[in-house]
Design a protein around this ligand. Structure first.
Ligand SMILES: [Fe+2]
Length: 298
């Protein structure tokens, strides 16, 4: 009997439209910054890293396995909750054995090695982003600078990032992504059911607004493509094939004048979820500083 592969994108109802894309050659530093990062608009940059050696080399059986040797956790489920602690007790394997296992797995197997820092020996096969000015590629505030996701059939559950800008960089395999931004008016109607995992129920439709009016921006990333993900954009990811895949998430710091607003329901939600009053106050102060900077430097 075929094993069940969990997909997440279509579990949230909405109208799918094509996410805008641009060719790498036509996207300059200033256009990327002022046209997408500052207004927090996602964009797919086609063939942005097509010249990275990793795209030619990493698909070869035995190549990555010979380069490195360390322990990693391997999950045999989709990435259920990117922010949760569910993955802490996963079994550990040698990275070379884990990669070999994923390469040789069946087309209906699900495996994920998540958020792996780039092994030093692999870095020579990666490059930089033509469209991102090196002076603006500053260390992120909350997320790791670089995380590799090595997978087979492993979707990533709907979530959003509270700060830091992300360049989802497809190296091997193809992925379907879907994104939406909620307003004050529809935040609770969608964030509530998703947080409660009600979208995984067979009768999921009854937990969401019946008009299906949510606009979902969607694209398929091929090897070499990069997706820019701004903070507070909900996104879900499904592999578009059943093969061995590798994605790199590269993060850089959100400019101070683009930190969220205290009136934004997403920001309120994050402040409410802080573990202590001190953390909540710190975050409020940080966001207020961002708002102040926005007045001085809009
Ligand atoms: Fe994400």
């Amino acid at each position: 009997m075929a094993k069940r592969i969990v997909k997440v994108i279509d579990l949230v109802p909405g109208q799918a439209v094509q996410l805008p894309s641009v060719d790498n050659e036509t996207l300059g530093h200033d256009q990327f910054w002022s046209g997408f990062v500052c207004p927090q608009q996602p964009i797919v940059v086609k063939n942005a890293v097509a010249n990275w050696p990793a795209l030619r080399k990493w698909g070869t059986h035995g190549y990555l396995e010979a380069l490195t040797n360390r322990q990693v956790s391997v999950s045999d489920t989709f990435n259920a909750s990117p922010a949760g602690l569910w993955h802490q007790n996963l079994p550990k394997y040698r990275l070379d054995e884990a990669i070999s296992c994923l390469r040789n797995a069946g087309p209906d197997d699900t495996f994920a090695i998540r958020a792996l820092p780039i092994p030093q020996e692999w870095k020579a096969d990666l490059g930089s982003y033509d469209f991102l000015d090196a002076k603006r590629d500053l260390p992120p505030r909350a997320y790791a600078r670089d995380r590799l996701f090595i997978y087979r059939n492993a979707s990533t559950e709907w979530h959003y990032h509270t700060t830091d800008e992300t360049l989802t960089t497809q190296i091997l395999g193809s992925k379907r992504i879907s994104m939406f931004k909620l307003s004050k008016a529809d935040w609770h109607a969608y964030a509530g059911p998703i947080r409660s995992n009600l979208h995984h129920m067979d009768d999921r439709a009854r937990f969401f607004p019946s008009d299906g009016s949510l606009t979902k921006f969607e694209a398929t990333l091929e090897p070499g493509d990069v997706l820019y993900i701004p903070p507070f954009w909900w996104h879900g990811v499904d592999p578009a094939d059943t093969g061995f895949g590798i994605t790199l998430a590269h993060c850089f710091r959100t400019p101070l004048n683009r930190l969220g607003s205290l009136s934004d329901p997403a920001v309120k939600d994050v402040i409410r979820a802080q573990r202590s009053l001190m953390l909540a106050l710190r975050m409020r102060a940080f966001v207020a500083l961002g708002s102040l900077t926005r007045i001085v430097n809009p």
